[in-house]
Write a protein that binds this ligand. Structure first.
Ligand SMILES: Nc1ncnc2c1ncn2[C@@H]1O[C@H](COP(=O)(O)OP(=O)(O)O)[C@@H](O)[C@H]1O
Ligand SMILES: [Mg+2]
Length: 367
């Protein structure tokens, strides 16, 4: 299902499984291959196995089955401190009794660098995160955002080729989080480091990453670039987890190449693109994004199917209008329209027709 499973990447998981108790698998047959310099995010609900994957890559957990490779070499038997991987966690994990500069020098001492080289690298790392004047402070004398910058500098100070980050911005307020998202991606790209980033925040994943691996239940559900994930979800879980999504239930009535006809449960029919359905009669959940629904039938082809709908709520949001409708028994069908001069402003109780281009509507697993 997930692409990118070839074995020649810089970071590779090959048929990796993990069980903590010898019975249940919390990571199931994971295959993943990352090129050097990629910023890849593991995104998924709590408990889906993201941290476990990162811990196996870092060497703090061992895989129950399968292999993890770094630059083509299996690292299953290499201890964490010899893997040359930088790590950043949500709770910073700075040493409270050391100054900022001492915190940064620590990974260099472990690697037995001399004093002048240490001082130079510490200074450069602090400048990199714009904290050059803070070397003499202790962590308790810094704000949350500053501590997180120091944690980032400490992960980068020994110039690792690979950096792992597990929900590193989770403890920061929204404004600082967005600022740090920008700083981290810029820094990663300018230094050319490879990053595996973990978050449960889809906006963070979509805005920061080259590719996103969507996790659920110990499996990668889809691995793709942000726009592909949003526009071409491969199953109902991904469609529902990423972005806002309207669903309608029905049965496949007809399949012809790139389009199919779906008979919804209230008897109306609509066109869709068959994605992971194969047979006439099969149950399906169709998925359509709120901004791809069309109220103006002249924008659809002459033979397009349309649906009858009732407006339940109309919310003026400035740049867009958000209309909630009842469609085929679903009272939470949302349509977003741009606030353009000719866009109709609906009133609750109005009856309207709506439709879409078949390519924008995906017939997915009934799940
Ligand atoms: N050290 C551990 N011992 C036993 N079970 C664990 C341990 N760490 C995680 N788990 C279990 O493994 C599953 C995946 O957890 P985790 O990898 O932390 O998920 P995520 O980071 O996606 O929230 C969960 O069911 C969790 O309870
Ligand atoms: Mg986690």
């Amino acid at each position: 299902m997930a692409d990118g499973s070839s074995s020649d990447g810089f970071v590779a998981f090959e048929r990796v499984q993990k069980s903590y108790d010898g019975e249940t698998l919390v990571v199931k047959d994971l295959n993943l291959s990352m090129p050097k310099g990629e910023f890849l995010t593991m995104l998924g609900p709590s408990g889906s196995g993201k941290t476990t994957c990162l811990m196996m890559l870092a060497g703090f957990e061992t895989a129950t089955h399968g292999e993890i490779k770094l630059d083509g070499v299996s690292i299953n038997n290499i201890p964490p401190h010899k893997r040359g991987i930088g790590m950043v966690f949500q709770n910073y994990a700075l040493f409270p009794h050391m100054t900022v500069a001492e915190n940064l020098a620590f990974p260099l001492e472990v690697r037995k660098l001399g004093k002048s080289e240490r001082d130079e690298k510490v200074k450069r790392a602090l400048d990199m995160v714009q904290m050059g004047d803070f070397g003499g402070r202790r962590p308790a004398q810094l704000s949350g955002g500053q501590q997180q910058r120091i944690a980032l500098a400490r992960a980068l100070v020994f110039e690792p080729e690979l950096v792992l980050m597990d929900e590193p911005l989770g403890a920061l307020d929204k404004q600082l989080r967005e600022h740090m998202q920008f700083e981290i991606t810029n820094l990663a790209h300018s230094l050319g480091i490879t990053v595996v980033y973990v978050t449960h925040d889809q906006t963070e994943a979509l805005t920061m990453s080259d590719r996103v691996a969507v996790f659920n239940d110990g499996r990668i559900q889809q691995l793709a670039a942000p726009d592909v994930l949003y526009e071409e979800p491969q199953n109902s879980f991904v469609a529902q987890f990423i972005g806002e999504n309207n669903t309608l239930q029905g049965n496949i009535q007809e399949i012809q190449g790139e389009t199919c006809v779906v008979k919804l449960d209230d008897g109306q029919v609509i066109d869709a693109k068959p994605v992971n359905v194969t047979e006439v009669g099969e149950r399906t959940t169709i998925s359509i994004r709120p901004e791809r629904v069309e109220f103006n039938p002249t924008k659809l082809s002459d033979d397009a199917h349309t649906l009858k709908a009732e407006v339940l709520e109309f919310i003026y949001m400035g740049d867009i209008f958000r209309t909630r409708l009842r469609v085929a028994g679903n009272d939470n069908f949302v349509v977003k329209t741009r606030n353009s001069p000719d866009q109709v402003r609906f009133k609750p109780g109005e009856h309207v027709e709506l439709g879409w281009l078949p390519r924008d509507c995906r017939a997915l697993d009934a799940s």
